[in-house]
Design a protein around this ligand. Structure first.
Ligand code: ZN
Length: 438
């Protein structure tokens, strides 16, 4: 380690020398005073940065790798110095981990945990951390200054400290590249087994079964020899799969009939352009309850001035008001959150997700299939809020949108004006089946 340190020291000395020489040269050049001063001001911080930054990285290593810090006087000075530099800890989430336990394990304060949870109320991303995802903590002088949640290669949430009053967050979605894969198969026994054999994942097979459940009975209607074709787009960053995928088109030949579904502008239609999914309704509560606070992604906290997006629509509902599912789907979360209170999340197909916060009672459980219009909960005032209300969110492809105005599938067929564009999309799908390899 000492040789590394010596090398670093030499580097720093070289920097100082080099900078001095450069400054000297500049001073000798026959230019105006103004340019001279500017160059000096610009050059000086470079030397300073070099002096501070260069020793920092080996010292940081010493402070985190405990076994290296013993017996050496140099190392103990190093530890003291390291405290005044940001320290980064990468933590891979394990099975059974909770955020509270991770904070405790890393000796991070409960105050910062609550401050993080308060801002996470706007995304509720930390409420569903999964094994294998990574948390990157940055600490400065014993205080948490930044937390990154790496959900997948394509999706990150960054919580950044803004002074004493709390954190703000930033959602990062990397577009990457979507590559289309084509799968062709034949029914040999079950659909899911045959789909798996053709190369589709279980999740994709289940998605198709759920999408076409009103058109075909997946456990009874298939006959050996029936065929199917599927187009799937999978997201890549570089050559790595991110885990995000989307079914673009499905065509099933069942005995003598054809059943198909094509994704067009976020919704699925059959060959004739009729909607396959049941549409959404706008409101999860009766129309007699007024909206008390609208969707506002730019809202600021009235006291701290921190960005606190209002990612949903609030309805002024007294405790115990019935709440209805706005679309068909599967209950993906029923959880209690310090700030969101008791809340339900429903996954409405591949594109949409809905959330209902501050409930008094949930009438559904995780994994349960729900229908549009089904009573799912009673409103309440759970979590940290000033008065009873329902906070309702609609997410489209992972992002919160205004549920009262968003372009959601409400129509039952492709609009006449869009027929030509829809036909073109169909032709492209048909061509892809012929040319794209799985
Ligand atoms: Zn709200």
């Amino acid at each position: 380690m000492s040789s590394i340190k010596n090398n670093k020291l030499q580097l720093v000395l070289m920097w100082v020398l080099l900078t001095s020489v450069l400054l000297g040269i500049v001073a000798l050049l026959p230019v105006s005073d103004k340019v001279d001063t500017n160059t000096a001001i610009k050059a000086a911080p470079i030397a300073t940065t070099a002096l501070i930054d260069e020793p920092a990285s080996p010292l940081d290593e010493a402070s985190t790798t405990n076994s290296m810090v013993t017996e050496s006087a140099v190392a103990s000075i190093a530890v003291e110095l390291a405290k005044s530099y940001p320290k980064t800890i990468n933590y891979v989430i394990q099975k059974g981990d909770t955020l509270g336990a991770i904070f405790e394990q890393l000796d991070l304060s409960q105050k910062s945990l609550y401050q993080i949870l308060e801002v996470d109320l706007n995304v509720l991303a930390l409420d569903s951390i999964k094994p294998g995802q990574m948390l990157i903590f940055t600490e400065f002088e014993g205080e948490l200054t930044r937390l990154e949640l790496h959900i997948s290669l394509a999706q990150q949430i960054i919580y950044k400290r803004q002074g004493d009053s709390g954190f703000e967050f930033e959602q990062i979605n990397v577009d990457g590249e979507w590559r289309e894969h084509s799968y062709i198969g034949q029914i040999e026994y079950s659909f899911s087994g045959s789909a798996k054999k053709a190369g589709l994942s279980l999740f994709e097979a289940q998605f198709i079964a759920s999408l076409l459940k009103d058109k075909i009975n997946f456990s009874r209607d298939f006959r050996i020899g029936d065929t199917f074709k599927v187009l799937v787009s999978r997201q890549y960053i570089g050559d790595q799969l991110t885990g995000e995928n989307r079914i673009d088109a499905v065509s099933i030949n069942n005995r003598s009939r054809n059943i198909s579904a094509y994704l067009y502008e976020g919704a699925y239609y059959d060959e004739a352009g009729l909607s396959i999914e049941r549409a959404f309704v706008r409101r999860p509560v009766s129309s007699k309850y007024r909206i008390s606070s609208s969707f506002n992604p730019k809202r600021l906290h009235p006291v701290t001035g921190l960005l606190r997006p209002h990612n949903g629509t609030d309805f002024a509902t007294p405790i115990g008001t019935p709440i209805f599912a706005t679309g068909d789907g599967v209950v993906s979360r029923v959880l209690n959150h310090k700030y969101a209170g008791l809340y339900i999340e429903i996954s409405n197909g591949q594109t949409y997700r809905t959330r209902f916060l501050h409930l008094s009672k949930a009438l559904v459980r995780k994994g349960q299939r729900v229908k549009r219009g089904q009573k799912i909960a009673l409103s309440g005032n759970s979590g940290r809020i000033t008065g009873p209300h329902l906070h309702y969110e609609l997410h489209m492809r992972g992002r919160a949108v205004n549920a009262m105005t968003a372009d959601i599938p409400i129509a039952s067929a492709i609009d006449k004006r869009q027929q030509a564009a829809f036909k073109l999309a169909l032709n492209n799908y048909h061509a892809a089946w012929e040319h794209v390899k799985s």
